[in-house]
Ligand binder design. Structure first.
Ligand code: GRF
Length: 190
């Protein structure tokens, strides 16, 4: 019975989609949402969804064992990142080997790495003249966006696209695929 923790620090639309997808699931549960950004809308979503949420700062994340202890106390099996921008520290990577997944709003290995998130990704894709973009679902390691790729889906970049219009197309792909691919990953791993 996999127990998930979601790490999300922004809007949280993917986190909400995942919670809704697993609600009533016979063998998967979202136990907690972890957030590093005070005031992030994902905290409101967590409250509305009835999922416990905690807020932590950089010092707590990198300088203490508070988060690994919390994850152990809650008997968390897998970590799901959905709009979480900080590198995962070694103690957490070691506690969850091959058990941390992320989604990136472009076709890695292009348009990834430190500082490549949100609108910046879509702007870079458009400025490079790409004719397609998409999503990449991948395992997490000690470097930004470099873990093993599990799944990709593609969409066109249309003439006249803005970062906003491309983001909307990519978000639709995220909602269609992330929860489903998480479920497949958990199934293959168990
Ligand atoms: C998504 O585009 C995801 O690919 C990226 O961060 C964004 C989060 O969006 N990792 P939201 O907070 O789920 O709306």
């Amino acid at each position: 019975m996999p127990r998930l923790a979601l790490f999300a620090s922004g809007n949280g639309s993917n986190a909400q989609r995942i919670v809704e997808y697993v609600t009533g699931h016979p063998s998967v549960s979202v136990e907690i949402i972890l957030c590093n950004h005070p005031g992030a809308y994902v905290l409101t979503r967590a409250e509305n969804l009835g999922v416990p949420a905690i807020l932590f700062d950089r010092e707590t994340f990198y300088g203490t064992d508070y988060i690994p202890r919390l994850l152990a106390d809650k008997r968390i099996d897998y970590l799901v990142l959905a709009g979480f921008l900080w590198l995962i520290p070694p103690a957490i990577l070691q506690a969850f080997p091959g058990r941390i997944i992320n989604i990136h709003p472009a076709l890695l290995p292009k348009y990834g790495g430190k500082g490549m998130y949100g609108e910046r990704v879509h702007r870079a894709v458009i400025e490079a003249g790409e004719v397609e973009s998409g999503i990449t679902i991948h395992l997490v390691n000690e470097r930004y966006d470099e873990g093993k790729i599990l799944f990709q889906a593609r969409c066109p970049v249309e003439p006249g696209d803005t970062p906003e219009s491309l983001a909307a197309r990519v978000h639709a792909l995220e909602y269609a695929h992330y929860a489903v691919e998480i479920e497949k990953w958990l199934t293959n791993d168990n």
